[in-house]
Design a protein around this ligand. Structure first.
Ligand SMILES: Nc1ncnc2c1ncn2[C@@H]1O[C@H](COP(=O)(O)OP(=O)(O)OP(=O)(O)O)[C@@H](O)[C@H]1O
Length: 218
């Protein structure tokens, strides 16, 4: 589904060979500046219109409400006139769907959805960005540290929501434990190279493999 063969991107990514199949749940781990975002961007570009995409910089429109920012996830799936009508007065169907989604994200559908996003906290904005990606309703979700601003309980709930709603998930994460306990496959990236690509269970039970994970951050 996602395939790279000795891929090079200036000095950001070096000799990346990678195959991620439909149905895989993959976490990208590595130090800051290691290349996780660069890799996600390249994978996203391979089939952008079929992906629920949650970048680190959410690119929310500050002046618009949380509702309208979440709706943007489906902007390319509707006619311009439908989008315009919904901008002027939220339409019943997306309003219902986005309200339900906001509850699952721990947002108040009466309050938080209707403030302009410039009035929301960092964690609330992050959840609006996740909501926009979820609202795309695609089989694959790609996200760059999507739960980094959330408390551990909420982060876990939202990770599960993302994992349960998508067949294929690829997330860059900073939290090793979140990666090991929720994902099947872990890819370690450092200085633009893949340092290891391993089943999570091997990293947990095999001492040599666990050492690889430690060395990623040394
Ligand atoms: N647009 C760009 N043009 C050139 N180099 C870039 C660009 N964006 C990032 N880089 C460089 O590429 C390298 C990898 O950055 P990248 O953002 O992919 O890492 P990361 O693992 O996602 O880091 P973080 O965890 O801090 O988000 C870094 O050295 C960074 O300075």
């Amino acid at each position: 589904m996602f395939k790279l063969d000795h891929y090079q991107l200036d000095d950001r990514l070096n000799d990346i060979t990678l195959n991620i199949n439909s149905g895989e749940k993959v976490a990208l781990l590595g130090p800051s500046g290691g290349g996780k975002t660069s890799l996600l961007n390249v994978l996203h570009q391979q089939c952008a219109d079929q992906i629920a995409w949650c970048p680190q910089e959410h690119g929310l429109v500050e002046a618009l409400s949380g509702y309208h920012n979440m709706y943007m996830g489906q902007l390319d799936q509707h006619y311009a006139l439908y989008n315009l009508a919904n901008l002027i007065k939220p339409l019943a169907k997306p309003k219902q769907a986005i309200s339900e989604l906001s509850v699952l994200l721990g947002l108040d559908p009466q309050q938080d959805l209707w403030k302009s996003v410039s009035q929301l906290s960092g964690g609330q904005r992050q959840r609006i960005g996740i909501g926009r990606a979820l609202f795309r309703q695609q089989e694959s979700f790609l996200g760059d540290e999507p739960v980094s601003s959330l408390d551990p309980v909420q982060a876990q709930q939202i990770l599960e929501l993302i994992l349960n709603r998508h067949k294929t998930v690829i997330l860059a994460l900073h939290n090793r434990q979140q990666a090991l306990s929720n994902f099947d496959r872990i890819i370690g990236i450092k200085a633009g190279r893949i340092v290891f690509d391993s089943p999570a269970k091997e990293l947990i039970k095999n001492k040599y493999q666990a050492g690889l994970l430690d060395s990623l951050y040394e």
